[in-house]
Design a protein around this ligand. Structure first.
Ligand code: ADP
Ligand code: MG
Ligand code: MG
Length: 885
């Protein structure tokens, strides 16, 4: 196979490898592509990534065949440009540029003006008629080459330049005359010789191979390795090397250089967007030595800037550039990020690639491009990263607003919120009930904080990772959350907190940015999300293409309403225990739990029945016409018990039992490993009256709603933590019995189903048997991950980070399903379930139901639906469509 591919200068087609990013890298492939469609690209050649891998493996040596191919390709450039490399009369100069498959900061910096030496600099002065330009180019070359290839500290050169300017009383480089550059070149050469003990290389071929070697070596540089690790880029890709004839943006006022986007990457607006500089070379635009100017007249006027835009200063070249933008978009059918140079009025293209963009811009461009006929609906759906939608669904901080950042925690749940600091959940509830915006600040949260988290606009915790209780619950509720902000220390006694060296009191206003993890003092202005327009259009397209339904995990009418607005097609998981934490009814719940006998328990349950019925009634009204899966009580009972002595005494008084008795009962309930203890269906088996009460509440509420509205939900009663067919059989019989009783009392019947969660490995293995009884399965992948991996989610934060860093898990298995492992159980349970009940309904209700990679897997095993927290519903709709396209 060829290892060197020529581009531009009339190079003929060289087969698919010459445009294959894996072979010639992204930059090389796109340069060849642009040249191929007739755009002005300075001629050059690309050495393949394969050669880089080979060079690094073979002990840093170049093969003779590579040298021969490079010689041929160099001759091609010389012929195309009409100059020759190293020729003192009319020298060819080149740039040497790295270019991996994907753009990779951390790789070697580009070397420009290669091929200059004492002899050729005179030739360049002659042919360009501009000695100042020639010597400026030479000093740039020495500086870049010495820094990038020879490893000489660039500060030495910058220092020398400063001294020359100072000695002559110059403020800027523009004032330097040819003799000043010449003197500086001499100094530069002395610096190199002093640093390296040998002169700056004068042989142009030595220069070229030195630069090629440096590009290859940079693949294994530390900063490149770090970047690869952070971005999951394999170490064996290698980088290509691009060698390209120089064009000069620094040949006076008819020359320029710039970077541009074919559309606005921030808003998606169909307007050219970019920056340029007159009389400058490539790196000047980004280096910040001079302030770049606006590309278009409109942008300049909007910014009320004085220096002329390119559109005004160089109308002809700008006109050509605008035509190139159109052509590139038509060709690539996507927004392009480009680099260009104008040499004495002539436009040259130096790079193009698909441009990075904000979520908002991605959405707008995808929809606009369908309307423009550039792409079809399917492509539009695939263009938008579902996770990026998250940015659009929550209020965000006004980027213009000033920020006083106190500390940085983990970006646990997106969105921005401001409010008064409150340090406990009861205060949060009270103050928010009076209309105050509050931020709940805790060391960490527990299930008892649910009401406070709900009442708060945002949550800040000092401890806990991205999958801590606070993070998971906040994401579920759509509340912004910053977790693990270890600089926060709370002093409950004085109701104050310290963040770093700043003191704050309860009631002081702070602002959280859950997308960045920033915690700021005071109120920072936010911008509300807009879910109409392009967003709505793209969602409609996604709905048209997806097969899986999308439901939501929600247990309050407010969350259900939000989810329906986001397009949820039912509730996939309604966790009834959240209803039990409500401040008003926790007492009855505790009474029920601490009961000494069935009678006491029934008395307490009787008080809970109307409350629970009202919960379901409200949810069923919101979800009318749709299926609602309700999980019967799941957590270990101790989670509901009081912790403080005072609470025990209050409770004892209320239910007329001694505090000591209560505490004894609480001790009896203590478990060593509650997550594997007395919970889930095990509660239903031992305390059938609890599940009976819940089933009764469900069916009574459903009958009421149907009687009132004519349209009911389809209740799906879900039994958690089933391991055996027998458990489900017993509990299904209980639910069926209760339904029959309610229907007889109400004089009406309703369609309903009884099914189970698959969240224990045994349940997955026995799915065939279990499906003989259960009418649906919902994969509870949070617990299934815990139980399959033997990893407690609540304790995993201590080591999961290290595990992901070391590559033991590719991603946090609680965030993205462990498809290779846990996925097998899901696949197997789906198959076995369908083998005994072909029409069994299958869904997923773990956090994974909102994760695009996990959703793709759900489509692969043909689940019927995924269920995600309300704010993830749009993400799931888009991901479900992408999964099937
Ligand atoms: P990066 O990947 O860091 O952008 P590039 O290889 O694209 O590095 O080059 C950096 C700068 O040098 C760019 O602004 C580019 O326009 C300029 N440049 C690269 N090659 C040439 C060339 N042959 N002629 C003129 N300018 C060039
Ligand atoms: Mg570039
Ligand atoms: Mg579970």
């Amino acid at each position: 196979n060829k290892q060197v591919y020529a581009f531009g200068g009339g190079a003929t087609r060289q087969g698919p490898r010459s445009r294959d990013k894996t072979i010639v890298g992204g930059k090389g492939a796109n340069l060849a592509e642009m040249a191929g469609i007739g755009l002005p690209v300075p001629p050059g050649f690309t050495i393949t990534t394969e050669q880089c891998v080979f060079y690094l493996a073979e002990g840093n040596d170049f093969s003779d065949s590579l040298k021969a191919e490079v010689a041929v390709a160099l001759a091609h450039i010389e012929a195309a440009v009409g100059k020759s490399f190293g020729n003192p009369a009319d020298p060819l100069l080149v740039s040497v540029r790295s270019g991996a498959r994907v753009s990779m900061p951390g790789m070697m910096d580009t070397v420009l003006n290669l091929g200059l030496n004492h002899a050729t600099v005179a030739g360049l002065a002659q042919t360009s008629g501009d000695p100042r330009f020639a010597w400026d180019s030479y000093r740039r070359f020495i500086q870049m080459y010495s820094d990038v290839v020879l490893g000489v500290d660039h500060h030495l050169f910058e220092g020398a330049l400063e001294i020359v300017k100072e000695n002559n009383g110059f403020y800027s480089d523009v004032e330097m005359e040819v003799q000043h550059w010449q003197a500086l070149v001499k100094e530069y050469e002395e610096i190199v010789e002093a640093e390296l003990g040998r002169p700056f290389p004068q042989d142009v071929h030595e220069q070229l191979w030195g630069a090629i070697r440096a590009v290859f070596d940079s693949w294994d540089a530390d900063r490149a390795k770090v970047y690869r690790r952070l971005n999951n880029i394999p170490g064996d890709w290698g980088t290509a090397v691009n060698v390209q004839a120089m064009v000069f943006g620094n040949m006076g006022d008819t020359s320029a250089t710039g970077v541009a986007f074919t559309r606005d990457p921030a808003t998606g607006e169909r307007a050219f967007y970019g920056e340029w500089l007159v009389n400058a070379q490539g790196e000047d635009v980004v280096a910040g030595i001079r302030t770049p100017q606006y590309l278009t007249k409109a942008a300049r006027e909007r910014a009320k800037a004085k220096p002329l835009s390119m559109e005004e200063a160089m109308p002809a070249a700008y006109g050509k550039l605008a035509a190139v933008f159109e052509l590139l978009e038509k060709h690539y059918r996507d927004m392009q990020d480009i680099e260009f140079t104008v040499e004495r009025g002539q436009l040259w293209m130096l790079q193009t690639r698909s441009g990075k963009r904000t979520a908002k811009a991605a959405l707008k461009m995808a929809v606009d491009m369908v309307h423009e006929g550039l792409i079809d609906e399917k492509t539009a759906i695939l263009r938008v990263d579902p996770m990026a939608l998250d940015q659009l669904l929550h209020p965000t901080l006004d980027p213009q607003a000033p920020r006083d950042v106190l500390t940085l925690g983990l970006p646990a749940s997106p969105g921005a919120a401001s409010g008064a600091i409150v340090l406990d959940s009861d205060s949060a509830e009270k103050r928010s009930a009076m209309g105050e915006a509050v931020i709940l600040v805790r060391v960490e949260t527990s299930p008892e904080d649910i009401h406070g988290m709900h009442a708060a606009k945002g949550i800040l915790t000092a401890r806990g990772g991205m999958t801590s209780h606070a993070a998971v619950v906040a994401r579920g509720m759509g509340r912004p959350c910053v977790s693990g902000a270890s600089a926060v220390s709370i002093d409950l006694a004085s109701r104050s907190l310290r963040i770093g060296n700043r003191e704050l009191k309860e009631g002081d206003v702070i602002t959280l940015d859950g997308a960045s993890g920033e915690v700021m003092a005071g109120l920072v202005k936010t911008i509300e999300p807009e879910l109409v327009g392009d967003f709505g259009v793209l969602m409609e397209w996604a709905d048209r293409h997806r097969r899986m339904k999308v439901r939501t995990n929600a247990e309050t009418p407010a969350d259900c309403r939000t989810a329906r607005q986001f397009g949820a097609e039912g509730v996939g998981l309604c966790r009834t225990e959240h209803m039990f934490f409500d401040a008003k009814r926790i007492a009855s719940v505790r009474q029920m739990i601490l009961a000494e006998d069935d009678d006491q328990r029934r008395a307490a349950l009787a008080k809970l029945l109307p409350e629970q019925r009202a919960d379901f009634h409200a949810i069923f009204e919101v979800m009318a016409g749709l299926p609602v899966t309700i999980r019967l009580l799941d957590p270990p009972l101790h989670e509901f018990l009081p912790h403080e002595d005072a609470e025990f005494e209050d409770l004892a008084e209320m239910i007329g039992v001694g505090a000591a008795t209560l505490r004894r009962r609480a001790n009896e309930l203590h478990e060593f490993n509650p997550m594997l203890g007395h919970r889930g269906c095990r509660l239903g088996i031992t305390f059938p009256e609890i599940y009976e009460m819940q089933a009764r509440a469900i069916f009574e509420a459903a009958c009421e709603v149907e009687a009132q509205h004519g349209e009911a939900v389809v209740p799906e009663v879900m039994i958690p933590l089933v391991a055996t067919r027998k458990e489900l059989e017993i509990l299904k019989a209980l639910v069926d019995r209760t339904a029959a009783a309610v229907f007889a009392e109400q004089g009406r019947t309703l369609a309903y189903q009884v099914g189970t969660m698959i969240e224990l490995p045994r349940a997955a293995l026995m799915a065939g048997k279990i499906a003989e009884v259960g009418e649906f399965f919902s994969f509870g992948t949070n617990d299934l991950t815990q139980t399959t991996l033997g990893v407690s989610r609540d304790d995993a934060a201590r080591f999961l980070g290290a595990y992901v860093e070391k590559g033991i898990f590719p991603r946090d298995p609680f965030v993205s399903l462990d498809i290779e492992g846990v996925g097998q159980l899901v696949r197997l349970a789906a198959e076995r379930g369908r083998s005994t009940r072909p029409d069994i309904k299958l869904g997923i209700c773990g956090e994974h139901g909102g994760d695009p990679d996990s959703i793709a897997f759900c489509e692969e095993v043909r689940l019927d639906y995924v269920s995600a927290s309300p704010f993830r519903v749009p993400i799931a709709r888009l991901a479900a469509a992408q999964a099937i396209l």
